[in-house]
Design a protein around this ligand. Structure first.
Ligand SMILES: Cc1ncc(COP(=O)(O)O)c(C=O)c1O
Length: 468
């Protein structure tokens, strides 16, 4: 077989793909993987093949070697981190985009891809009521935060007469960025990547609801001004990863207006709170942000690897990343590499487009509302149980709670509960450390999660706790 002769058995390979793909769209039997790292590594660990295999044999190897090593995140009983499942339409669209293999960085390399992405970003801005936005699809909220903060850095530099693209951060005046003590690691990483360093972040205290306090924010800004440091950016969170808490966006927007600061909102999942009647007030003021970072692979339930940045000012967005090269021959449409870091990239927007086509606005509202209602149900179960207590308010789709009983070491027992429930694998959730003590943490954002699933989690935690 010639190295590139792959056509012979394509029909068999595609028939096999269809069968395995169909099976993979069913909910997984377990919520957690069964196998450990060494076992899984041994399955894949072989020397680089010298000779190619027939195309119809390759997927079977991938599927069979992965068995027992797949997280059950496409099921309804997966409550770890903040993880959406994959809607069938999104998974199918993404599979198809792999076959047509478009490069969304430049219009001539993916004309339909570019047009679809721009329209889809418009839909998202509409859905989230973020008007006048320029957008960009990246790999997730980390990339979206980095793109947004890159534009914020450019805007700050411009205000101070600096061309940061040419002269770098060393030409900037000393600056300060403000975020709560709960600020997500990805925002710190973005600042590190942009050369601003996480050391410029003033960690603003939070209130009992885990939301940024505004008075200390103002005090920190005043302190910096008095010391000759330029206040530059406030990073507010719509949905903090631990508890789902929202910083008071409208009040923070007032402060940003007053001091002329850039307001960036990390709304990885919390931007969608706007769509549920009960949680919408939590994100009032989101529409006033200069930039917004959101994940698609969380609440939009598309396969991993998709998030988006929305920027209010399209010109600043383009100035930050714009530029060409001799070999980059343009076509009649936009060149999306000029709106973010990546040059070549996959057609990420297609899965989002497909999810929005499958659900419609109505379906997204229902999905978000359902998840928030299930979280409330879990919180009520916790509050009603004599051996469970909430570890933090649960305003939206995340519930943090602890198993408690007289005479136990709450930290050690709760760590052991999480580990045992994960090892059992019927449901899967992760933990968080709040007020210095470990707690059980469930994030609900799957289209598949039901009341029974949530109840199963509470029961599993109680059973593991009672057994200790
Ligand atoms: C608030 C927040 N920001 C950023 C991220 C990072 O998102 P991603 O993993 O998609 O890069 C997360 C992930 O949970 C998050 O909750």
């Amino acid at each position: 077989m010639a190295a590139t002769d792959v056509t012979g058995n394509l029909d068999a390979a595609v028939a096999d793909l269809a069968e395995r793909f169909r099976a993979a769209l069913e909910p997984p039997l377990r919520a957690a993987a069964e196998l450990d790292s060494a076992t899984l590594r041994a399955r894949f660990d072989e020397p680089l093949p010298e000779h190619g295999l027939p195309v119809e044999e390759i997927l079977a190897q991938l599927d069979e070697r992965s068995a027992g090593g797949l997280a059950g995140s496409t099921g309804g009983r997966y409550f770890g981190y903040v993880t959406g499942a994959s809607l069938p339409a999104a998974a199918i669209a993404e599979a198809w985009t792999a076959a047509v293999d478009q490069n969304t960085g430049m219009w001539p390399l993916g004309p339909a891809a570019v047009e679809l992405e721009q329209v889809t970003l418009g839909w998202l801005a509409d859905l989230l009521e973020f008007a006048g936005a320029s957008g960009y699809f990246g790999s997730g909220a980390t990339m979206a935060n980095t793109v947004c903060l890159g534009v914020a850095r450019h805007a700050f530099a411009k205000k101070h007469g600096v061309d940061v693209a040419r002269d770098g951060v060393r030409a900037l005046p000393e600056l300060a960025v403000y975020g709560s003590v709960e600020l997500h690691l990805s925002d710190h990483k973005a600042l590190r990547t942009l050369g601003l360093g996480s050391g410029c972040v003033r960690a603003i205290p939070i209130d009992r609801a885990y939301a940024m306090e505004v008075e200390p924010l103002v005090e920190a800004i005043e302190r910096d001004r008095a010391a000759g440091v330029e206040p530059a950016i406030v990073i507010a969170q719509a949905g903090s990863v631990n508890t789902g808490a929202c910083d008071p966006l409208a009040l923070i927007a007032d402060v940003c207006d007053q001091y002329g600061l850039w307001l960036h909102v990390d709304g990885a999942f919390g931007a969608f709170f706007r769509l549920c009647e009960r949680t919408a007030p939590l994100v009032r003021g989101l529409e006033r942000a200069d930039s917004l970072a959101v994940d698609a692979h969380k609440w939009l339930n598309v396969p991993n690897g998709a998030g988006f940045a929305l920027l209010r000012d399209a010109a600043l967005h383009h100035e930050t990343f714009g530029g060409g090269a001799g070999y980059l021959t343009p076509g009649s449409g936009a060149n999306l590499h000029e709106l973010g870091f990546e040059a070549s990239r996959s057609w990420r927007g297609a899965s989002v487009w497909a999810a929005l086509k499958q659900l419609g606005r109505e379906g997204v509202v229902e999905l978000v509302t359902n998840c928030c209602n299930l979280a409330r149900e879990l919180a009520e179960t916790v509050e009603a149980h004599p051996h469970l207590e909430l570890a933090a308010p649960a305003p939206a789709n995340i519930v943090c709670f602890r198993y408690v009983r007289d005479g136990i070491d709450v930290e050690a027992v709760n760590r052991e509960i999480q580990a045992r429930v994960a090892a059992d694998g019927q449901v899967f959730h992760t933990g968080a450390t709040l007020d210095g003590v470990f707690c059980q943490r469930a994030a609900i954002c799957s289209w598949r999660t039901t009341s029974d699933d949530v109840q199963m989690l509470a029961d599993a935690v109680v059973a593991a706790g009672d057994a200790l």
